[in-house]
Write a protein that binds this ligand. Structure first.
Ligand SMILES: Cc1cc2nc3c(=O)[nH]c(=O)nc-3n(C[C@H](O)[C@H](O)[C@H](O)COP(=O)(O)OP(=O)(O)OC[C@H]3O[C@@H](n4cnc5c(N)ncnc54)[C@H](O)[C@@H]3O)c2cc1C
Length: 393
């Protein structure tokens, strides 16, 4: 499919710009003073959530008919970009709710959408998305959690691995096989509420980065879920919901990478202006300027492909999955490279907790791993190249 030049016009409305300014202000006031302590103590950002809720910010990511601001996918992109400039851990904790909401947004019944999306939009409930398993990471179709119908209930058994917000979330969207004989096509998605009998959580994972975002297993042992909690009320549609969710959330992950890279770049510029060596500020060395130039250029490239992927997703374009994979791959590798160079420009001081770049560097690495590793994004792009090669003129 040829690219669509009309989707290069990003048209960021005054409403969105205003939202961005408010978000920057809240993040500066609420995240900067707390981020290092939350990271050290592995503390979940409940206090920050409270402030976000008071400012009506969770609504930004949801449709108007379910209590959201109705600003569209681009609002979620800007939200992820801005929050991640200040702390990728806080953004991951917030975005995990949106990730948990997406299968309901894509495939839920009107009743399910009203009940759950409204509670996410108001900030009243926290969500989580449970797809990955101990033996099914990149290999999603290999999942083994089962859901067996018994009367008017489904009985879920299995373990979900690396689930962001596990233990703190009120609502989990869990993928399980309702028809094993069909493989991934026999997968369904269920809404499991906290407190459901048979639902428990693993230990808090000790991570190198995004430590205020809590990651645990979700354990399902004869977990009984009412049949009305089957997303869309139709079984065996879970694989489609999972793909739709990942395709629409990858531009937001890419945006969070652009945000983190922007934060790391700003730290580098501030430091290079202030640090004096050989009788001048290091920003005056051309080698330093070249590093900053590379960082600024890569960030702008990543931002453009991210916004473009978002536009494709919003337009429902058939090539959305290709651009989402490209954006996630390009932006996450950019964030890792920019954080590395920013720390380098801080010299020995960057290797200490005295400067925010130490945490940003640790946080960055997850971006090339979660929601599909860089290799998996390239597999997806490769599949498109093969498909397109048949009609290449
Ligand atoms: C902090 C954190 C939070 C997470 N949050 C969530 C969440 O909320 N919900 C959820 O469902 N999941 C979540 N995940 C899971 C995440 O999406 C997976 O970790 C990721 O998809 C990779 O799976 P894996 O860890 O099993 O690695 P593996 O799939 O075992 O991959 C190991 C290596 O092999 C490579 N590889 C595997 N297959 C191929 C292939 N076909 N071609 C080339 N290379 C390949 C990979 O790229 C990687 O380098 C989270 C993970 C982490 C670490």
């Amino acid at each position: 499919m040829a690219h669509d030049p009309s989707l290069l016009d990003f048209n960021i409305s005054p409403e969105l710009q205003e939202m961005g300014e408010l978000l920057h202000e809240v993040c500066r006031n609420e995240i900067i003073p707390r981020r290092l302590e939350l990271d050290e103590k592995e503390e979940y950002p409940f206090e920050i959530f409270k402030k976000f809720k008071e400012a009506g910010l969770p609504a930004i990511m949801y449709p108007e008919e379910y209590g959201g601001a109705g600003l569209g996918l681009f609002a979620s992109i800007l939200f992820a970009e801005i929050v991640s400039e200040y702390c990728l851990g806080v953004n991951t904790a917030i975005s995990a709710t949106k990730l948990g909401a997406l299968p309901i947004e894509h495939g839920g019944t009107e009743e399910q959408k009203k009940k759950y999306l409204s509670a996410f939009a108001s900030g009243e409930k926290i969500g989580a998305f449970g797809l990955t398993e101990p033996n099914a990471g990149s290999d999603v179709p290999n999942l083994s959690t089962t859901a067996v119908k018994k009367g008017d209930r489904y009985i879920l058994n299995g373990t979900k691995q690396w689930i962001s917000n596990s233990g703190v979330a009120d609502v989990y969207t869990i993928f399980a096989l309702t028809d094993k004989s069909k493989g991934p096509r026999g997968m369904s998605c269920f809404i499991v509420e906290k407190g459901t009998k048979g639902l428990s959580y693993g230990k808090l994972e000790q991570k190198m980065g995004i430590r205020c975002s809590h990651t645990r297993q979700v354990i399902l042992e004869d977990c009984e879920v009412p049949e009305e909690n089957l997303v869309g009320l139709k079984p065996n549609r879970g694989f489609i919901h999972a793909i739709q969710t990942l395709t629409s959330s990858r531009p937001a992950v890419a945006a969070s990478a652009v945000g983190l890279a922007t934060g790391a770049y700003k730290e580098a510029v501030k430091y290079a202006r202030a640090r004096e060596q050989f009788g001048k500020n290091i920003i005056n060395f051309q080698a330093v300027q070249h590093m900053l130039a590379d960082m600024a250029t890569r960030i702008e490239q990543a931002r453009l492909i991210t916004y473009r992927a978002a536009k494709y997703a919003m337009a429902g374009h058939p090539d959305t999955a290709k651009y989402s994979a490209m954006a996630k791959y390009a932006a996450s590798e950019t964030a890792v490279a920019v954080c590395n160079d920013s720390l380098q420009l801080h010299g020995g001081y960057g290797f200490t907790k005295d400067y925010p770049i130490e945490k940003m560097y640790r946080d960055a690495k997850i971006l090339t791993i979660y929601e599909g590793t860089s290799q998996i994004q390239k597999n997806e792009i490769g599949a498109y190249i093969i498909k397109e090669s048949a009609t290449l003129k």
